[in-house]
Write a protein that binds this ligand. Sequence first.
Ligand code: ADP
Ligand code: MG
Length: 348
Amino acid sequence: MQEQNEPTPLSKVGEFNLIDKLTEKIKIYNKSTILGVGDDAAIINHNECHTLISTDMLVEGIHFDLLYTPLKHLGYKAVITNLSDIYAMNAEPRQITVSIAASNRISVEALEEIYEGINLACECYKVDLVGGDTTSSLSGLIISVTVMGSAKEEKIVRRCGAQENDLICVSGDLGAAFAGLQLLEREKSIFNENQHIQPDFDGKDYVLERQLKPEARKDIIDFFEQEGILPTSMIDISDGLSSELLHLAKNSKVGLLVYEDKIPIDLMTITTMEEFNLNPLTAALNGGEDYELLFTLPLSYHDKIKNAEDIHIIGHITDKIEGCHLIPTGSGSLIELKAQGWQSKMNE
Ligand code: ADP
Ligand code: MG
């Protein structure tokens, strides 16, 4: 934020100049965008498809810390977290709006950096920025993104369709963003005590990137399309595997069994968590911000996914009466899954 020599205070440029500055580099990628920024409202035409809408707000001090969050990454992440919700419905994100409340502490250049990240995410995922709002804030920075997506009705996947015996799958690996956050928080407290000590992030790029610059799993949705796969239920993993599993089970009115040794955790997540004397499994189950996809598939799809590089079968759906359980590695006994409080059980 302080990289520029003379940051321009927001009060120096009017609201309209600021909006012009922030929106001048916008490119349009979708033909469903009839009209973007510049009028009282954007015009979207999703034709014969359903429109899906989701929104997420990021609040300084709650969702991000400007001390260690590069502004460009912040803009990128604000978009990604929204896109992930649309992919989790097996739909394509098409348009976003971005609303920003900033205090005078934030310079014009800082907002432009945030927009660089926003524009980059739009380019990478071919999403159009079609509007927003800009206002001032007396305290911290707030970024709110709304995303619109589209999909044919019959392709849309909800949380509620999981059936007994379905396979439970996750994409990628889990817990890395949480491990990255531990590192950033540790370096922040060291920095707060002695501002001359340089952060020590050697060899930790993967977990840091997962925290600061996450990606959404468009590739998984594309893979489903290519292979003719339609999950029975799906959700994105933003609050930790444990709570997302419980959402799927509750919405689908089923139970489930998950095997600890099947849960994908990257080696760097494991070593980082161990440095903090924390159980890596805790990062995967309760960490959050992974933006991976959790979905269920009928057994008949097993052959189609068994060789998919980044899809892991972690368990199966059971009858509701059996509840939601984890089978720890090397043990036949069951541990009941809980969204919170699970960690304390592990430490007993
Ligand atoms: P109104 O007074 O109708 O709310 P604004 O002056 O707030 O209009 O916005 C003018 C245009 O700029 C609108 O198309 C709006 O969607 C767009 N816009 C405003 N703020 C942003 C922003 N932060 N990012 C992207 N577009 C924005
Ligand atoms: Mg406005």
